[in-house]
Design a protein around this ligand. Structure first.
Ligand SMILES: Cc1c2[nH]c(c1CCC(=O)O)Cc1[nH]c(c(CCC(=O)O)c1C)Cc1[nH]c(c(CCC(=O)O)c1C)Cc1[nH]c(c(C)c1CCC(=O)O)C2
Length: 340
């Protein structure tokens, strides 16, 4: 929490995107045959899966176990998460009538979120829980394409060709994200992350015109709660400044841009989060450790640094390596914190 607020810290804090999930055998066991979206609606299971990585790693935060499409499912969008694929939408949104059918999310639509966050908050004690929501571009892309997409072509066709319809869709998605985040914060989440994972395919001028106003609305709505707001996307090197401008306190950086360069791209008054390449954890430990030290050194140029991977933990990652990484981050950064 202090690092997010650019205050002094005894060591660099660390957590890992996707720290819960398929890299953990106990996750696979707990999930069993329960489909992903069903699991996301069972409070006991949410609590158990959220806690699992904290039993293994000395991480400084928990991230709520859910998915960015859970609020869409909760308002009645016919969708599924297909293993190895991702979210798949039965009737993609392609016209004004379909956008009109996207109703608002009400807190009562997700009682299991309120229940799970409250239990987690009690169980976690001093360790903060990070709540999250999907960013407007990323959710729009799943809804318009009907599933994961490489080029986001129909999405961009709407963004460029039907700007009014696009703005209406993104405004509705922003309102859904606001409610989903407020539910989590009001139940006890102490920070929030907006995952606009796939917005990196958008040029800065288009981001400013067609996406930023909607993300800005989300961050502004969270402002009164005073919780740190983290903003992350993949391949967003050219957008880092704008993603900060949208109203984030912490800008998440993927592995493509070194953190000292990210510092130059983001306005003063922001902390950074990132950014070890998750794939490096599949290389020998000493190779990964050396790069983690580099990330720490580059992170020291930021006003605040939360160590993380540059994207989610890969399912083939050895949990033992993540445990060593969390310890390394603490030990090596504590040495620097003590230095005169
Ligand atoms: C794009 C996106 C999605 N979901 C999410 C994003 C943004 C983050 C990112 O960029 O990765 C967010 C998300 N999804 C999940 C979390 C849990 C918290 C965490 O530990 O980080 C978070 C923060 C659980 C999950 N969400 C999903 C899993 C895997 C489900 C399983 O066990 O099969 C988990 C643990 C499913 C999912 N859901 C989605 C994808 C692409 C997938 C993977 C599909 C696959 O490869 O099987 C959409």
């Amino acid at each position: 929490m202090n690092a997010c607020r650019r205050l002094p810290v005894p060591h660099t804090p660390v957590w890992f995107m996707r720290q819960a999930g398929r890299s953990l055998p106990e996750y696979r066991e707990a999930r069993g045959a329960v489909p992903m979206l069903e699991a996301c609606a069972i409070p006991d299971l949410i609590v158990e899966i959220t806690m699992q990585p904290l039993r293994r790693y000395a991480v400084d935060a928990a991230i709520f176990f859910s998915d960015i499409v859970v609020p869409l499912k909760a308002i009645g969008v016919d969708l599924d998460i297909k293993p190895g694929v991702g979210p798949v939408i039965a009737d993609p949104i392609r016209d004004a009538a379909a956008v009109g059918r996207l109703r608002p999310l009400w807190p009562d639509d997700v009682p299991y979120v309120t229940e799970a966050v409250s239990s987690l908050n009690a169980e976690l004690g001093d360790i903060p829980l990070i709540g999250f929501a999907g960013g407007p571009f990323t959710l729009a892309s799943y809804l318009i394409e009907g599933g994961p997409s490489k080029n986001h072509e129909r999405t961009k066709a709407m963004m460029y060709g039907e700007p009014e319809l696009w703005a209406r869709l993104l405004d509705r998605l922003a309102d859904i994200a606001i409610t989903y985040l407020k539910v989590q914060v009001e139940a006890g989440a102490r920070a929030v992350q907006l995952f606009d994972s796939w917005v990196g395919g958008v040029a800065p001028a288009d981001y400013r015109r067609s996406v930023l106003p909607h993300s800005e609305k989300i961050f502004a709505a969270l402002e009164p709660y005073g919780v740190p707001r983290i903003h992350f996307g993949v391949g967003t090197g050219e957008l880092l400044g704008l993603m900060g401008e949208a109203g984030a306190d912490v800008v998440g950086v993927d592995w493509r841009v070194p953190l000292d360069e990210a510092v130059r791209r983001v306005d003063a008054g922001k902390a950074l989060q990132g950014n070890l390449d998750p794939a490096i954890l599949l290389a020998p430990w000493e190779v990964a450790a050396e790069r983690a030290r580099e990330v720490l050194a580059q992170g020291r140029t930021a006003e605040g640094h939360v160590f993380n991977l540059g994207h989610g933990v890969l399912p083939s990652t050895d949990p033992g390596v993540l445990a060593r990484l969390a310890d390394l981050v603490h030990e090596e950064s504590a040495v620097h914190a003590e230095a005169p």
